[in-house]
Design a protein around this ligand. Sequence first.
Ligand SMILES: [Zn+2]
Length: 298
Amino acid sequence: MRNKFVVTITDLNGSRHFLLHQLVKKFIIYFTLFIIAVIIFGAWLISMLYDEVSALEAKKEDLLRKEYQLSASNAKLQRQIETKTKEFEAINDKISDIEELIGLKTPETSTIDERLKTISLTSTQQQHLFRSIPNGWVIENNGLTAKFGWRTHPILKKREFHRGIDLRAKVGTPIYAPADGVVEFAGYHKSSGFGYLVILNHNYGFKTNFAHLDKKMVVKTGEFVKKGQLIGYTGNSGLSTGPHLHYEVRFITRPLDPINFLNWSSNNFEEIFKKEQRVSWQSLLKTMDDRSRLQKQP
Ligand SMILES: [Zn+2]
C-alpha cells in the first residue's frame, strides 16, 4: 500500500474502501467525458449559431439588393416625372399659344359696344386713324388663294396656323403701304421660308408683313413710308407654290385676320371694332378723344 491513501466510506450497510488512485482514475474519466460533452455541445451550439448568422447575412444581402433595386427604380421614376413635368409645361405653353392664336383669350369683349357708344370721333381723328392703322387693299383685289387660320401647309403637308392671308397676284404686282410707318425689315429672310420680305412697323402697336416678294426691293430697312406708298412687288420667292402675296397684320405680336383690315374703310368705320375684338379699340379711341379735348383747352 505504498504511496496510496485509503478512503473509507461508512454507511448503514457497512464500510467500503477506496484506493485513492482508483478515485483519481474515475475522476479523470468523468472529467474527460464532461469536457468531451462540453466540446461536442459547444461545437453544436457554434455551428447552430453560425448557420443562423449566415442565414441572417444572406437575408441582409438580399434586403440590400432589394433596397438598391428600389432606389434605382425610384430614381428612374423621378426622372420620368421630371420629363413628364417638362412635357406638361411645354404642352401648357402650346395650348396658351393656340388660345392666343384662335382668340380664346380676348380681353374686354363683353362691354365693348357700350363703351364705344360714348366715344364719337371727329373726321380729323378718323383720318388720323386711317393713316395710322393698316386699312384697305395693299394690291389690286384679285381675290384670295388661302385664308387666315388653321390649314394643312401646301408644301410641308402638316397642320399649321396660317398667320396671314394669301392674295392672288401675278409676279410684279405693285404693293402699297396700308398705313404710315417705318420699314422694320426689307430683304431676303432665310429661316422663315418667306423669301423676300418687307415688315412695316406702324403706330399703336400694329405691324404688317409682306412675303414671297420679287427680288427687286423698293424700300430699305429704317426708311419711313406713307400710306399708299409703293413698297415692293409681288413674286414667288421662298417656300411658295406659286406667285401670290402673303400678307400679315399683327397687333403687338398677335396675328390678326387681315381680311378685316383689307375691307376696312370710312364706309364701315365702326365694323372693325366688332369684327376684330383682339385689339383694345376703346382704350385707343379714348386716348385719341382725351388728346383732342386737351388740345381744345386754351
Ligand atoms: Zn401665306
